[in-house]
Design a binder for this molecule. Structure first.
Ligand SMILES: NC(=O)C1=CN([C@@H]2O[C@H](COP(=O)(O)OP(=O)(O)OC[C@H]3O[C@@H](n4cnc5c(N)ncnc54)[C@H](O)[C@@H]3O)[C@@H](O)[C@H]2O)C=CC1
Ligand SMILES: [Mg+2]
Length: 346
């Protein structure tokens, strides 16, 4: 029913276009964030990403030979969604709860809206699509849609959990864009927050170390991660987390990239590659933090990367190794490590 957001929002193009178009777009977005009237007007002609209790609405993408079974985000015009609300006999005022998350190159504003108060299957039927758990959605979306849907969900979650001032206990009120909340009693302004997390892939030169928490799905291993303590630098967190979780002393490390991750309450992931010397690989596991941590060979990791979706891994059978989805920065670290190993072998 609705066209794909992919046709409207292609941030990768920004890199190849003149910087002035990027600057104009960012200035436009800044105005919408700060000016309630302009934001409300932009909402009228904007697009909505719908969520139902924080699960995003996805629709099947047209299949191609290389990308069968993929999904996309439907681009729903605000006015079309108001028509949906009319059909459901619900107030159009729900649309005003949308929060601003981005704008297209044509300066069309994009908002996310949680429609948990509406009947899920009715919305799915009228809008064409299905509400899918965000962790699952990361396996189904490609390109810029995964970070966009993550950002939309994170901002909605932040509003849903910051309705009261922690100083006065009184309700807080959002601005139109949703970029902040204010308590009129204490005068405190609240901004959406991300918790810094360091995630690291440790290599001994030929193998890499992955760990799993007891709550991970069967067979899934990931790079080691840990939240920064108050006042810590990235390097201090990195060394401490590795020492705490697997009892290893790092030899060297470098930052590889960063990412916003919407779990558990929005994390700012700083991804690093680290090394230990080959004689210093004996893992001493902290069972309170990890269920297992093991060294994996290049071949094992290459096989895990070939899986396009999580394997079935039934109880009672030895699970097949798999790693987080391609959007997760852990996946990118693993891929970079494979590239490094291959080029070192040439
Ligand atoms: N995007 C990616 O590729 C990956 C992301 N992650 C994310 O990294 C996060 C941190 O990794 P963990 O090993 O769980 O961290 P961790 O090793 O620091 O342990 C988690 C514990 O830290 C404590 N903690 C301290 N500050 C916290 C905060 N701000 N929020 C929540 N808990 C806090 C809690 O007791 C929690 O149970 C995970 O929540 C996960 O969402 C983890 C692996 C891959
Ligand atoms: Mg950890």
């Amino acid at each position: 029913m609705f066209k794909s957001l992919r046709t409207l929002f292609r941030p990768e193009l920004v890199l190849t276009r003149s910087s002035s178009s990027y600057v104009t777009r960012m200035r436009h977005l800044m105005k919408l964030k700060e000016d309630d009237g302009a934001c409300l007007e932009a909402l009228r002609s904007g697009h909505l990403l719908l969520y139902h209790w924080l699960a995003p609405l996805l629709q099947k993408a047209p299949a191609t030979a290389s990308t069968p079974g993929l999904f996309q985000l439907p681009a729903i015009n605000t006015s079309d969604f108001e028509g949906v609300l009319d059909k459901l006999g619900k107030s159009r005022a729900l649309v005003n709860e949308a929060v601003l998350i981005a704008c297209t190159e044509q300066h069309e504003a994009q908002f996310s809206l949680d429609v948990g108060v509406l009947d899920k299957s009715e919305v799915e039927r009228l809008c064409g699509g299905a509400f899918i758990d965000l962790r699952k959605a990361f396996f189904l979306l490609r390109g810029p849609e995964a970070p966009l849907v993550a950002r939309g969900q994170a901002l909605l979650r932040w509003h849903q959990t910051h309705g009261f001032c922690s100083a006065s206990g009184h309700p807080t009120f959002r601005n139109q864009s949703g970029s902040q909340r204010v308590c009129h009693s204490s005068g405190q302004t609240y901004y959406p927050k991300m918790a810094p997390v360091v995630i690291t892939l440790i290599s001994d030169g030929t193998q890499c170390l992955l760990g799993r928490q007891a709550t991970f799905p069967r067979g899934m291993y990931s790079a080691l991660a840990g939240f920064c303590d108050m006042g810590e630098t990235i390097e201090e967190t990195l060394r401490r987390e590795v020492a705490e979780e697997v009892g290893l002393e790092l030899d060297s490390w470098r930052v590889s990239g960063t990412q916003h991750w919407p779990f558990p309450q929005s994390s700012f992931m700083v991804a690093c590659h680290a090394t230990v010397t080959p004689g210093n690989t004996q893992v001493s596991l902290n069972h309170e933090e990890l269920e297992d941590a093991r060294w994996f060979s290049l071949q094992e990791i290459e096989e895990a990367l070939r899986l396009k979706k999580p394997p079935r891994n039934p109880e009672g059978e030895t699970p097949t190794l798999w790693v987080p989805p391609s959007y997760a920065i852990a996946h990118q670290l693993v891929q970079e490590w494979v590239q490094q190993q291959r080029s070192a072998a040439r």
